[in-house]
Design a protein around this ligand. Structure first.
Ligand code: SF4
Ligand code: SF4
Ligand code: SF4
Length: 184
């Protein structure tokens, strides 16, 4: 709650300073190790939820975190021109999309999405930020007032959860959620 009694939420942000990025890919390594099953059991940057787009000739390195899965290629795209070079429309897109291999689990093809390294117990900062010793990634948490609609949605989710727990028991519900999360 804020001082006016409005419900708030914590927004997690990773600020990217592309000028400080050197393309070392430590962020990709840390992300893939953290999300390996079991945790830290392997490193495979193809499984990372962050990808560093590189143009070494122009000294351009842009870390992109994986966003939502999309079932189809989009129609409206962005073309970036940086230092006179035009980048392909999909280059800086965070989507896990049928048009390319990026942000897909290499064995199963399932989409990968950045989850901000949410875990229990919580990390002080996400793995990619922690691994970036060049200061290109900075983690920021801020409090924001929740939109009315969002509050309604959350109440709906909470009552659906309470209903399921009443019907099937907390353990069964949590086990099912955990199985589903592994499939994501
Ligand atoms: S760890 Fe930092 S400097 Fe290295 S590639 Fe990732 S963002 Fe860039
Ligand atoms: S990768 Fe992104 S920009 Fe390219 S088609 Fe897919 S959604 Fe569109
Ligand atoms: S916040 Fe965590 S999940 Fe997201 S890209 Fe960074 S290391 Fe990967």
């Amino acid at each position: 709650m804020d001082s006016n009694g409005k419900k708030t939420k914590i927004v997690k942000e990773i600020k990217v300073d592309t000028k400080k990025c050197v393309g070392c890919r430590a962020c990709e390594i840390a992300c893939s190790a953290f999300h390996a099953v079991p945790k830290y059991s392997s490193v495979n940057t193809a499984r990372s939820r962050i990808m560093v787009v590189m143009d070494e000739v122009r000294d351009i390195f842009v870390p992109i975190r994986a966003g939502d899965y999309t079932q189809a290629e989009c129609n409206g795209r962005n073309v970036y021109v940086i230092d006179g070079k035009e980048y392909n429309e999909c280059t800086f897109c965070p989507a896990s999309c049928p048009s390319r291999d990026a942000f897909k689990e290499p064995d199963s093809g399932l989409p990968l999405k950045c989850d901000m390294c949410e875990s229990v117990p919580p990390l002080e900062k996400p793995m990619c930020v922690d691994a970036c010793t060049f200061g290109a990634l900075t983690y920021v948490e801020r409090e924001e007032v929740k939109a009315e609609e969002e509050e309604v949605k959350q109440r709906e989710v909470e009552s659906a959860y309470e209903f399921l727990v009443k019907k099937h028991g907390k353990k069964n519900v949590m086990d099912t959620f955990s199985r589903m999360a592994k499939k994501e």
